[in-house]
Write a protein of this length. Structure first.
Length: 534
């Protein structure tokens, strides 16, 4: 019995001690792996010459995986048939490259994997690994450094491919049809890129921000930048490129009927000089067109009549197109509707305006009134914008004032002789000037007038601008409190707008100066700033 008591005592003591020991700590996985994979060997060796192989193998010290290799891998010179990279979709201790292209003689090739090679466990990248070989006697070692930026915006958005073409055999159509001899790529966050392993010679330099990344210029979707003259390597110079979208080529597409006598036509290009003529039974008939807000399209309005044949003629200074359409019975034409663009509280720089859903034909000033809070009539003028189908009511606004705009019956008549039937009333109110700030600028250095001086919001939207032809005061008053930037356009051709470039015309975009300084406008503050022109 005594033995059993001692045995029970020691058994309980052992269990208690074991339990306490088990609670003293937790098992951990050790330090997190932060190291990139290590390359043990390559076959053939990296930087080989007289290269003739069709398969390359890169061996690592651990399991690796490929992440977005099709987007990250840059092969220079580009190959017509992409090589096969394996394994894809599962980890391995090696990467194999299978080449299908016929390699060029005496040429240095490079495979830049970016950050696509990662260890399997933690995803640590082997950054910018390059496999380089030459089909000739030596590895080309020259380098060209370029930097680039958007020609208008402060920063380039999206990856940019920088391309080099040999001058021999190069012509204006080359960048549309052929891949370059050398290529390098920069990510969104980078504005400088080096083209490496180049041979001496004469080259044309082009940069593309592409949608398809096929190293060929598509004017409809790609941004382009180019150096105007050939570049001779070797060189220590750094070349700067401005990226821009070319102006859209004028194209008018066949109109489609959206309601009775109202047509919708997709249209690419500037509508400033566009003329649209309607032909009913081969004779000109009355018509009006207007832009569709936010889209590359226009609405065309024709009389409420039936024609055996109906055509639309689109014409600009360098474009002409005729489309024949078929009339059919659809829902009735829209009735006249009027909508004010703003209501309630307005800013001092806001313009009171309204739009109509059908083209306006006549605006009767004597049937429009602007009344202040003391019931006095405010003098005003009317300015019409037929392209945007907008009527602007212009008058001098004062602070802390209430305004009421009356549109009397028959004050607005549209293209179909439909008049406003019932009176419209819209009320507005201004704030106090102490709710706003003012800012003035002095320009230092050489200024190439005329200039467009733009005040931009923090998200790069145009807030206000001044067109300046000579040295004068630069002042913006009654500015809403916020942060702003300044952009200056050198208007070389004096047309009061920024003009983009053209590759075929070898024309660079008009110069834009983006000042990086942020201006903090506060309520009831006055800022005086000096800008130094570069």
């Amino acid at each position: 019995m005594r033995f059993l008591r001692y045995f029970s005592f020691f058994l309980i003591l052992t269990l208690v001690l074991f339990t306490n020991c088990a609670k003293r700590g937790t098992i951990t996985g050790g330090l997190k792996d932060t190291l990139a994979p290590v390359i043990l060997s390559t076959n053939p060796e990296n930087f080989s010459t007289h290269f003739k192989e069709k398969t390359i193998q890169i061996n690592f010290d651990e399991y690796v995986k490929l992440n977005k290799v099709n987007q990250q891998l840059i092969i220079s010179p580009p190959m017509d048939t992409q090589p096969e990279i394996t394994p894809m979709g599962y980890p391995s201790k090696f990467i194999k490259i299978k080449i299908f292209d016929t390699l060029k003689a005496n040429t240095t090739y490079s495979f830049n994997f970016g950050e696509s090679i990662q260890d399997n466990n933690e995803g640590n990248p082997y950054t910018n690994y390059k496999y380089v070989f030459s089909t000739g006697d030596y590895i080309d070692s020259l380098k060209l450094t370029t930097n680039f930026e958007d020609a208008y915006s402060k920063k380039s958005k999206g990856a940019v491919n920088v391309l080099l073409y040999e001058t021999e055999g190069f012509n204006d159509s080359t960048i549309y049809k052929k891949k370059p001899l050398y290529v390098a790529s920069a990510k969104d966050s980078l504005s400088t890129v080096d083209l490496e392993n180049l041979k001496s010679g004469s080259y044309y330099l082009v940069a593309l921000q592409e949608k398809s990344s096929n190293y060929k210029f598509d004017p409809k979707s790609d941004k382009i930048g180019f150096h105007p003259k050939p570049i001779t390597l070797p060189t220590d110079s750094v070349y700067s490129i401005k990226l821009f979208n070319e102006a859209k080529q004028t194209t008018a597409y066949r109109p489609s009927l959206v309601s009775q006598n109202k047509w919708l036509a997709a249209y690419e290009g500037d509508t400033k000089n566009l003329k649209v003529t309607a032909l009913g039974n081969n004779k000109p008939i009355a018509s009006r067109f207007q832009k569709v807000p936010g889209k590359d399209s226009i609405f065309i309005f024709t009389p409420i009549e039936k024609y055996d044949s109906l055509q639309f003629k689109f014409k600009t200074t360098d474009y002409e197109k005729i489309h024949t359409v078929t009339q059919r019975t659809v829902k009735p034409i829209d009735t006249l509707q009027i909508k004010f663009t703003k209501s309630g509280s307005i800013q001092f720089r806001d313009t009171i305006s309204f739009t109509t859903n059908t083209p306006f034909k006549n605006i009767s000033n004597d049937l429009i009134q602007v009344i202040g809070k003391d019931s006095l009539q405010i003098p005003f003028t009317i300015r019409t914008d037929s392209l945007n189908n907008m009527v602007k009511i212009l008058f001098d606004k004062v602070e802390d004032e209430k305004y009421t705009v009356f549109l009397k019956p028959n004050s607005v008549t549209d293209f179909y002789d439909t008049a406003l039937k019932t009176e419209m009333i819209q009320r507005f109110q201004t704030g106090k000037l102490t709710d706003y700030g003012n800012i003035s600028f002095t320009l230092s250095g050489t200024v190439n007038y005329p200039i467009i001086f733009e005040l931009l919001t923090k998200d790069e939207k145009l807030y206000d601008y001044l067109y300046i032809t000579e040295e004068s005061s630069i002042e913006f008053r009654a500015i809403e409190p916020d942060k702003y930037f300044i952009l200056i356009i050198e208007d070389a051709n004096g047309n009061k707008k920024w003009d983009t470039g053209s590759y075929l015309e070898k024309r660079q975009p008009e110069k834009v100066i983006n000042f990086q300084k942020e201006f903090d406008i506060r309520a009831n503050w006055e800022l005086n700033e000096t800008l130094v022109m570069p």
